[in-house]
Design a protein around this ligand. Sequence first.
Ligand code: CA
Ligand code: CA
Ligand code: CA
Length: 341
Amino acid sequence: MWLALALAGCRVPATFQCESSDQCTREGPTGTCEPNGFCSFPDSQCMSGRSYDASAGVLAGTCVAVPPPDIDAAVSTSCQTSPQYQMVAGLTHTYRVTGLVDYDAATAACAADNAYLATIDDATENAAVVALAANWIGFDDLTTEGRFVWQHAPTATYANFNTGEPNNYQFHEDCVYVRTDGLWNDTPCGEARPGLCECEAGYTAPTIPACMAMPGATIVQGRRYFVHTAQHVSWAEAKADCESTGAYLMVVGDLYENFFLDNTTGLPMLDLWLGASRPNSGDPWSWVDGAPFVFTNWANNYPTGDPDANCIVTASANEKWQNARCNDAHAYVCECDPLPP
Ligand SMILES: [Ca+2]
Ligand SMILES: [Ca+2]
Ligand SMILES: [Ca+2]
């Protein structure tokens, strides 16, 4: 008997999830079943007066965070009431870790909770990513190569890249994850990693476009494309069809994305509409999503001076662009982002 007790005493307690406080009695004093499903016990060292015991997994020994004062039950939304979101000592927001998903899917999963892929504001929050065994944070240079921006808080200034990073290795590393040592690396967005969702009172997530959940996407580096080669339609019809699912007519941001057009799909010799047009000959070109019209891949002698050729097609054979008349009929590619323009 004494041997069994001694062995039990040495055993590292398994992680335990509680449903009510009367299950939190393992250390003598009655504990509290916190909203994240872990038991806490009285601890005068903590501002909240409670800390997690050894059964709380990565939160073992940490203080229960003081909840933010402005949570209004009337406006509370899913992540603020979800037991999946846990407090982290020293931080006012709550967090959950997604499954192993690509960057876009992590973004969409967080938005579905009315949360966002985490913005790391300081070293404390960075340590939390490591402690929670998460990877993806909401930081990428998908819009402009080399210019990393936060999805949620574009003015956040903390960064913790490893030496030599971000390096955009092989020209297609646009998404950032936190390594187990806390240092950051840019990596292909299509990798499957656990993302960290951050829940903040008063935040309202954008609506996730229907195309994020539609079958048939070709996923390249975490970007979702829907290739429509069966129907050949005008530029405006192609644009409208993409928008009907929350997608948009393909915007080509860089040479790597341009390669997608034939390397990935193996398309036959087709002209595909791109999501770029101009009101009149002589006007500047613009992308449908408002992205700066910087990267171009014009065929020789294009764009032509045809005053009616104010839309752009790309030849799938060589990815070279030509201006074309917008009422011509062509195949097209829709692009789907979790956070639409
Ligand atoms: Ca944050
Ligand atoms: Ca990059
Ligand atoms: Ca890198």
